[in-house]
Design a protein around this ligand. Sequence first.
Ligand code: IPE
Ligand code: IPE
Ligand code: MG
Length: 254
Amino acid sequence: MADDADIGDYPAGPEVVPKHVAIIMDGNGRWAESRGQPRHAGHKAGVNSVRSTIEECVRHGVNVLTLFAFSSENWRRPKTEVSLLMELFLTALQREVKRMQSNDIQLRVIGDTTAFPEKLQARIRASEEATRNNRRLILQIAANYGGRWDVTQAARRLAEAVRDGDMEPSQIDERSLAMATALGDLPDPDLFIRTGGDLRISNFLLWHCAYTELYFTPTLWPDFDTDEFAKALTAFRSRQRRFGRTGAQLEGRH
Ligand code: IPE
Ligand code: IPE
Ligand code: MG
């Protein structure tokens, strides 16, 4: 959360593991096209990287992993690609929930899921319900998610609370707004990773990435393996997170 009291509690360092990692899993289409395959083959291959990244997060002791699976802008893609992505999401959920149970992983889907087919919505609800008491890793799948949507729906929630007399306008501050976003009381991402070579945020966690360390790699998502994840962690450890302070302050030289 971008609250002053919390900010700066969490420096990087040689041993530090990010508590929350957020990833834009990009490059599936190009991965497939470079092999003369349909784009969908890239999305399918990307599921293996999802699995290995989850395992690595569990192994390293990351608490929260947020994966961008489908953006609010991805509806603009050809209809066939959108429906194949929905299908893949549905089958992956069906298949992976058992694995999440045995690995103590809690699933949360963030985004405006009301736009999805009813069958998928039901599957999402069932998967969240089945894993809700798991504690080892919180896995958030951002689906029909947009950072602007999130801030907007949080503002609407607060406006409704004020209208209903549950809060005063003066109680709207960074903490209450953050709580009303899809992340609620989860910590902001410490490390943001984007694969696929593009250097942009593409409307991902806009509010929450205010002080996140950004890591971009040209590696395409289906090629993002455990070594690639380790490289991202190494880069994170080399960063000095100053949160507005000076380097000298952090090194105790002030
Ligand atoms: C990311 O890969 C997956 C989704 C957006 C669903 P892309 O499909 O964007 O792959 P590229 O960027 O076209 O290679
Ligand atoms: C961002 O990837 C969304 C996901 C990975 C789900 P895109 O490939 O859709 O991003 P832009 O639109 O090219 O920036
Ligand atoms: Mg892309």
